[in-house]
Design a protein around this ligand. Structure first.
Ligand SMILES: *Cc1c(COP(=O)(O)O)cnc(C)c1O
Length: 377
């Protein structure tokens, strides 16, 4: 067998025409007489493009996906004394963005197969201090937003949607990001609409939330009067070169997402019924294949087998969030003695395979063959 080397993250993210375009935009914006590098006309056009693509009332570009989550929570008035229910399994910003507002995260366990936060578990943690629910879409599966919307309505809670990885997904006819009062997208390099730098976007159905996020992202200024600060904001602004580059790449995003979904569907078909392997559920509704993540009974042995076959894999979250040193003291104070068994199991058994759109069919087949060979050995 000839040895292939398939990295987990593509080393050639921006090739050919994209790279040429990036250099042209760099030169154009760098030498333009107005010398405007942040929050200019290109950022506004990029915001409008995502507003139109999703049907949002407003889209506000900001410094990162993490920044976007923080800005949304602040715009909703969440702060000291409040609790926000977040998934027990997921990325650090879910807990950190809440803590940065002065509020407290309360962790809810996830579904054992889809790995997204379970609405019934989230409801278990609704108590008098609860102000908001913040479900997150994970890997390739979106949270059950119709149920979270119903839950938020029934308990009078705010609903924030961490859709950082789900740009382009549609859940029961509505774009991911628009189920919550506000959602976020991330454009950090590794995301499906990643770019060569940092950036994020808030999308919202509520123009007033958009207006508040716009102020907070730029030190509480209203965009009309400079150096007048209406409230304490942050620096979470957006870069003009990146905005121009993302505008250039937006029309081809759907095709790249489609290729990812096609690869994922092939994996899921090949992995059906394999002993010791649990692939994500099949289907396209509410799905976005940022990452293809499966559960493996012998996860570490599978990773070793794949590495020997030249296939790099990735383990995202080695611990549930409340088990992380940064967040454990808050979990112990607010949820003493609680365990999150599905999050613990997910942390121990999940592994992600390469799914980027420019994998060749031969590479995709090689990856699937290697997983099947391990399971049937
Ligand atoms: C990547 C990610 C974020 C944070 O986005 P950044 O742009 O890296 O700050 C937030 N939530 C989820 C679910 C993510 O995957």
């Amino acid at each position: 067998m000839t040895r292939t080397e398939i990295p987990f993250f593509p080393p050639d993210l921006f090739t050919g025409e994209d790279r040429e375009t990036f250099l042209r935009l760099l030169h154009e914006i760098g030498t333009s007489p107005d010398q405007r590098f942040i929050l200019g006309s290109r950022t506004r056009r990029f915001e409008d493009a995502l507003k139109d693509a999703t049907g949002a009332a407003d889209a506000v570009a900001c410094g990162s996906g993490t920044g976007a989550l923080y800005l949304v929570l602040r715009a909703l008035g969440i702060g000291p004394g409040d609790e926000v229910v977040v998934p027990a399994f997921g990325c650090a910003p879910l807990a950190a963005a809440v803590l940065h507002t002065g509020a407290r995260p309360v962790f809810a366990d996830v579904d054992p197969v889809t790995l997204v936060v379970d609405p019934a578990e989230a409801e278990r943690w609704v108590r008098p201090a609860t102000r908001a629910l913040m479900p997150a879409h994970m890997f390739s599966v979106t949270a059950d937003m119709p149920r979270f919307a119903e839950l938020a309505g029934r308990h009078g809670l705010r609903l924030v949607e961490d859709s950082a990885v789900a740009q382009g997904a549609v859940i029961a006819g509505r774009p991911a990001g628009l189920w919550g009062e506000a959602g976020v997208y991330s454009f950090v390099q590794v995301k499906s609409f990643g770019m060569p730098g940092e950036g994020g976007m808030v999308v919202t159905r509520d123009a007033e939330i958009g207006r508040r996020v716009r102020m907070l992202r730029n030190h509480g200024q209203d965009g009309v009067h400079r150096f007048l600060h209406h409230e304490i904001g942050v620096n979470s602004r957006f870069d003009e070169i990146q905005a121009a580059f993302q505008l250039h790449r937006l029309p081809s995003l759907a095709a790249r997402l489609d290729r990812r979904a096609h690869i994922a569907a092939y994996y899921t078909e090949r992995f059906a019924g394999l002993p010791g392997i649990t692939p994500p559920p099949p289907g396209r509704d509410g799905r976005c294949f940022y990452v293809y993540t499966l559960l493996a009974h012998e996860r570490d042995a599978l990773r070793k087998h794949l590495a020997e076959a030249g296939v790099a894999t990735h383990v995202y979250y080695p611990l549930p969030l409340p088990g992380q040193r940064a967040f454990a003291p808050y979990a112990e104070a607010a949820q003493p003695g609680v365990r999150w068994p599905h999050a613990e199991r997910a942390a121990a058994h999940h592994v992600s395979l390469p799914v980027y759109p420019h994998l060749t069919d031969a590479q995709v087949e090689h990856i699937a063959d290697a997983v099947c060979a391990f399971a049937r050995r």
